[in-house]
Design a protein around this ligand. Structure first.
Ligand code: ADP
Length: 188
């Protein structure tokens, strides 16, 4: 496949990482950047998906896998029609991510990494306090497993990088792989 043919194809940026690591923030900023460049972008955010597509599902392994399979299914349809899809779900299990990769095809896995110490410090949604005290059970990273990606296309370290740095790493990979046209850098 030539780079030109690939440019017209859809793709999925699959963000994976613990709650509060920065998936939604990166999804929003990346979405704005790709829209600015003229791409048709769809964001499938985990929290939002769970209120619509996956309403009623819980946090057992089976329900988590079902949730991820549904996101992957919708992403695969959108990708077929040339969309730039960004997913932002914890997606803790490597097997479910591998299935999503196989189903979707044009797949860029981004590990949104952040230490538990920093996540507890941020506690964006107040959930870590509840998870650590046992008020919430099966909380990924505290009382439920998170299988780190072994070979993701991109790793962003949100503890040390700004949002802009993380997003520009992802965009750089999309450009390098021919999913997104490289922009000419204007230097003064
Ligand atoms: P998640 O979607 O993974 O649950 P959120 O995006 O809701 O996480 O929250 C992440 C928090 O981390 C935000 O408050 C954001 O401003 C902060 N943050 C700091 N550095 C980064 C970075 N490089 N990328 C993304 N978020 C970051």
């Amino acid at each position: 496949m030539t780079a030109q043919e690939r440019l017209q194809q859809g793709f999925t940026v699959w963000l994976t990482g613990l709650s509060g690591a920065g998936k939604s923030t990166i999804a929003r900023t990346l979405s704005a950047e790709l829209e600015r460049r003229g791409y048709c972008v769809d964001v499938l955010d985990g929290d939002e998906v769970r209120t619509h597509l996956s309403k009623g599902l819980g946090f057992s392994r089976e329900d988590r896998d079902t949730n991820i399979a549904r996101i992957a299914f919708v992403a695969s349809l959108l990708v077929r029609h040339g969309a730039a899809v960004i997913t932002a779900a914890i997606s803790p299990y490597a097997e479910a991510r591998a299935e999503a990769r196989a189903r979707i095809g044009n797949f860029v896995e981004v590990y949104v990494r952040c230490s538990l110490d920093e996540l507890v410090r941020r506690d964006v949604k107040g959930l870590y306090l509840k998870a650590l005290s046992g008020e919430i059970q099966h909380f990924t990273g505290v009382s439920d497993p998170y299988e780190e990606p072994r070979d993701p296309e991109v790793v962003v370290d949100t503890e040390r990088e700004s949002v802009e740095q993380s997003v520009s790493k992802v965009v750089g990979t999309l450009e390098a792989r021919g999913y997104v046209a490289a922009q000419r850098r204007v230097t003064a």
